[in-house]
Design a protein around this ligand. Structure first.
Ligand code: 0O2
Length: 210
């Protein structure tokens, strides 16, 4: 029934989703180009992997409902900024900031929002740099500006986040166990931040010309 409500809108949901897929392609290509250029100039590939995902219709509906927003295609486009998501896993923390700066300096990219959970990690220890950007997609009769969420993480930040995500979904835990797990996860996050710092230093040293 909920899907029906969305599909009866003037623009079909599947068309909007196709536009978001195009936006992902555009931004992914930008990162591949930057990675190539960067590897020539700085003698290393800053990007380890790029993962992309389109938010599922189920989680779109859940998000709209949890915020009491209308279940329409227009509402998705206006209110949700993470339908198209790209995760850029970088080798080193410095690479994250350089890549973000290079992306944002491109004249067809517009910054909508930035959340720096590396400089200010979340209370549970989560670290990542999040950008919401608008990118144009060129269709045969029009140019459309689409929102894309980009999450930049190092390998250490990413592995912590995926393990934390798995552990968080084990809901049948008592309060005390949950507290211990959260404390341990925070400790792991601090260790992973130290690992990134150390790796960055080792990398800087290795780049020094003798
Ligand atoms: P999925 O499937 O990964 O997309 P909003 O996105 O606006 O609803 P918020 O909290 O303002 O909410 O956005 P924020 O802080 O930018 O974080 C959104 C996304 O960041 C999440 O998306 C996760 O991908 C990631 N994230 C944020 N906090 C954590 C965390 O504590 N642990 C982990 N593992 N990931 C986190 P979704 O929608 O949750 O899921």
């Amino acid at each position: 029934l909920l899907f029906k409500q969305i599909q009866e809108d003037s623009i079909p949901l599947r068309t909007l989703m196709a536009y978001y897929r195009c936006a992902i392609m555009e931004v992914e290509t930008k990162f591949r180009v930057l990675n190539e250029e960067f590897s020539i100039e700085r003698e290393h590939n800053p990007i380890e992997t790029i993962k992309s995902r389109l938010k599922s219709p189920e989680s779109i509906i859940n998000k709209l409902q949890s915020r009491n927003l209308p279940l329409t295609v227009q509402s998705i486009e206006t209110n949700l900024f993470d339908i198209a998501g790209i995760r850029v896993i970088c080798s080193f923390q410095n690479d994250i900031y350089l890549l973000a700066e290079y992306l944002l300096s491109q004249d067809d990219i517009e910054l909508v929002e930035i959340k720096d959970y590396i400089k200010t990690p979340k209370e549970n220890g989560y670290r990542s740099l999040h950008l919401i950007v608008k990118v144009p997609i060129f269709l045969h009769e029009e140019k459309r500006s689409m929102n894309v969420e980009v999450q930049f993480r190092t390998i250490a930040m990413d592995s912590w986040a995926s393990l934390e995500h798995k552990i968080r979904y084990k809901k049948e835990l008592d309060e005390q166990t949950l507290k211990t797990i959260n404390d341990d996860l925070l400790e792991c996050a601090l260790l992973s931040a130290r690992l990134d710092e150390k790796m960055e230093k080792v990398h800087q040293q290795s780049m020094k010309k003798s």
